[in-house]
Design a protein around this ligand. Structure first.
Ligand code: NAD
Length: 476
């Protein structure tokens, strides 16, 4: 890997950007690196390289592509130490979390390569052989957010390449560096043009989504941007996978073992300082255990260390960027000034880093902004409920539908509630468990299509049916 400089990867080469992007360490608010910014011409060059590479990559055997995607994972694994430090500096998350994110990227390469695309034979008779198989789509534009830049990029790259597509990947301008390094690693493994990595300013994403030579966009980010992606892709009827925001309910039933679940609830809400699409963002607690859960969450919070993620022992880092810091801070300040009681947090340390202490809000009304909006930061409303029909209705009364969790000793009750929740994944007595083998996606405004597992792999393919009339049966 190149040492200090960061480059675009276009057609298997390191290419300097036409422009530059400053990259800020959120722990101190200072610029610590520069990333290349790709011009429109460089985007075109990346797309053309991907298109040229598609001709041969799509014709390789599935086994060959699996081998190379696994090798990409192995190369990332060999560089885990430098990559995790870089990821912490640009993203802010603590080192142990950065390491786990890179391990997930590795796992996605390794395990996605065990998936098989289905082939369905509809008829194999003396008259006809009729089969539907899956073919790659072409050039995939992959657009990733800043909260888990590498692992969420790999959710796209691994299946797209395995299915025979080539890729132009764009990381967020807030967190381009780790992804650019992985592009450099890929140059040693993948044929030129198969994976292009280009960073750039705010104009680059819209150029990709409107690009006539990109066949599919796989996007992870906010609902508002997801809508723009869909509009912009309409002109060329792009295939789309959209993984968008969430406002996930966590529901604690009265029989839950409060002592056992409180640490899990805390991390379900506050891992990566709450900047996880499937973080628990509304904590519904039955009245019988509300006080106990609140008290123990406050106590647990007091023992968690927030700080610069590069320091050993830090458990929570800063919010990733200034815009998000301002947004979450305003949400907390407005919550307090509206008279809703803060159980803990709500005070903001002096200094240049984007630190927001964990803030718990005591039973605000469902229409308060801190409940109704996706905070995407370290603030969580605790919401009291009294019966199951009520909590199911309140949990579902949002335009989002990404995930949910239920916490109870009664598995049957939990399974029955799970079926009534309108969202893509329901976890019971755990949260955020995702796997390269398990489909993941949102209902309603949380997205379109699926990632991961065979369903996710299928999204990188078109169906092609071949119907063969047997010669012997041709009528004269
Ligand atoms: P964002 O929508 O601001 O940006 C996401 C990406 O889109 C970035 O790379 C950005 O540069 C690019 N982009 C911005 N405008 C664009 C446009 N008009 N056309 C094309 N691309 C454009 O999102 P973010 O702030 O980076 O990420 C946070 C959001 O992502 C949260 O809402 C979170 O819930 C969501 N998210 C969802 C998932 C999921 O799997 N469902 C996972 C992680 C994050």
């Amino acid at each position: 890997m190149a040492s200090k400089e960061f480059h675009l990867t276009i057609d298997g080469q390191c290419v300097p950007g036409k422009g530059r992007l400053e990259v800020i360490n959120p722990a101190d608010g200072r610029v610590f690196a520069e990333a290349p910014a790709a011009s429109s011409e460089q985007l075109d060059a990346a797309v053309q390289a991907a298109r040229r590479a598609f001709a041969s990559w799509s014709m390789r055997s599935a086994e060959d592509r699996k081998r190379l995607v696994r090798r990409l994972g192995e190369a990332i694994e060999r560089h885990i130490d430098s990559l995790k430090r870089l990821l912490t500096r640009e993203q802010g998350k603590p080192l142990f979390e950065a390491e786990s994110e890179i391990e997930r990227a590795v796992a996605w390469c390794r395990e996605s390569a065990t998936l098989e695309l289905p082939t369905v034979v509809h008829e194999d008779s003396p008259e006809r052989y009729c089969v539907t198989h899956r073919v790659p789509i072409g050039v995939v534009g992959a657009i990733a957010p800043w909260n888990s830049p590498l692992s969420l990029a790999m959710w796209k790259i691994a299946p797209a390449l395995l299915a025979g597509n080539t890729v132009v990947l764009k990381p967020s301008p807030f967190t381009p560096l780790t992804t650019l390094r992985v592009g450099e690693l890929a140059q040693e493994i993948l044929p030129p043009g198969v994976l292009n990595v280009i960073s750039g300013d705010d104009a680059l994403g819209p150029r990709m989504t409107g690009h006539a030579q990109i066949d599919k966009i796989s996007f992870t980010g906010s609902v508002a941007t997801g809508r723009r992606v869909m509009q912009s892709g309409a002109g060329t009827l792009k295939r789309l996978t959209l993984e968008l925001g969430g406002n996930d309910p966590a529901i604690v039933l009265p029989d839950a073992d409060v002592d056992r679940i409180v640490p899990a609830l805390f991390w379900a809400a506050f891992r990566n300082s709450g900047q996880v699409c499937i973080a628990a963002k509304r904590l519904f607690v039955h009245s019988q255990v509300y006080e106990a859960v609140a008290e123990k969450l406050i106590a647990f919070t007091a023992g968690v260390r927030m700080g610069n993620g590069s320091e050993e022992g830090v458990q929570l880092g800063p919010v990733q960027n200034r815009l998000q810091y301002d947004r979450v801070r305003r949400l907390i300040e407005e919550t307090a000034s509206a008279g809703h009681r803060l159980l803990t947090g709500g005070r903001f340390p002096e200094g240049c880093g984007y630190f927001i202490p964990v803030t718990l809000v005591d039973n605000p009304p469902d229409d308060a902004a801190v409940v109704a909006e996706e905070a995407f930061g370290p603030v969580l409303p605790l919401l009291r409920f009294n019966d199951l029909d009520e909590v199911v209705e309140r949990a579902n009364s949002t335009s989002y539908g990404l995930g949910a969790s239920i916490w109870t000793k009664d598995e049957d009750a939990a399974l029955a509630i799970a079926r009534r929740l309108d969202c893509g994944t329901v976890w019971i007595n755990e949260a955020m468990h995702v796997s390269p083998l398990v489909p993941f996606g949102g209902h309603r405004q949380s997205g379109l299509g699926l990632e991961n597992g065979v369903y996710g792999l299928l999204e990188y393919t078109n169906a092609q049916t071949i119907s063969l009339r047997r010669r012997a049966e041709l009528t004269t």
